[in-house]
Design a protein. Structure first.
Length: 256
């Protein structure tokens, strides 16, 4: 992995040259076996160090990659394809999800932005009928491989949030776990509440902007009755150790 894609550029590097180097290198990386993982940032920096790039410059280059990836959907997809190919992300199901469904009878669940499928696999292991989607081909391939390895059935499909048909009254549970849908994004409360069956749960956890309050989140998701709502001052799970706030909630659609 350290020599894949040819030697990196030396000296001052423009944004275009840096992204082209990252893209060329990332496309040569092998897909790891289910359960294996390598940290993408550390791997990229070690490659640069091995080619003689200064330690500070190597770290700054990866920080620039993290910014450059946000510029287009295509770059985001390439970045996440690479992270998932290297087994990126937490392995265990979201504790918020585990607690929320503990006393529920298995039904139909949707994992929106499923990544490698940790939450979908957990639900399937408890007898739920699960569908999940992600915009990353590597995420879908990894989730399908993990399901086969564990003898589970998960319907994993390639889609973006915007393109997926969430339906009307389809789901007993919808999971949004670090899914790139922000807690105050305007497009989703109505659509996702409609997609739930009466009494169904929306289980949400993800980062929020500084200053986000529980009252704001409650108002924004007003179609739902909040069974649990926390706004924490620091990162958890995917973003553990960071200082970006975390929003987590379990909202229930009215039964009538």
């Amino acid at each position: 992995m350290l020599t894949a894609g040819g030697p990196p550029p030396r000296g001052a590097v423009s944004d275009d040259v840096l992204w082209a180097d990252f893209a060329r290198w990332s496309k040569t990386l092998p897909r790891l076996r289910t359960g294996e993982s390598v940290d993408l940032g550390r791997c990229f920096v070690r490659r640069l160090l091995g080619a003689g790039v200064d330690s500070g410059d190597a770290t700054r280059r990866f920080e620039r990659v993290l910014d450059l990836r946000t510029r287009t959907v295509e770059r985001e997809r390439l970045y996440w394809d690479t992270r998932f190919r290297l087994g990126g992300g937490p392995r265990d199901p979201l504790p918020l999800l585990v607690d929320a469904v503990a006393a529920m009878r298995p039904g139909r669940a949707l994992d929106a932005g499923m990544g490698l499928g940790r939450n979908a696999l957990y639900l399937a292991s408890r007898g739920w009928s699960v569908r999940g989607y992600d915009f990353s081909r590597e995420a879908i391939a990894g989730a399908q491989a993990a399901a086969r390895q564990r003898g589970l059935t998960v319907d994993a499909v390639l889609s973006t949030h915007e393109a997926f048909d969430h339906g009307d009254g389809q789901w007993d549970v919808i999971v949004l776990s670090y899914s790139a849908i922000g807690p105050l994004d305007a497009a989703w409360p109505g659509k996702l509440t409609t997609a739930l069956r009466p009494g169904g749960l929306l289980i949400y956890q993800g980062p929020a902007r500084l200053g986000t309050t529980a009252a704001e989140v409650r108002r924004h998701w007003a179609p739902l009755s909040m069974l649990r709502l926390d706004v924490l001052p620091a990162g958890e799970d995917w973003l553990a150790g960071g200082d970006q706030p975390t929003v987590k909630f379990v909202g229930q659609k009215p039964r009538r």
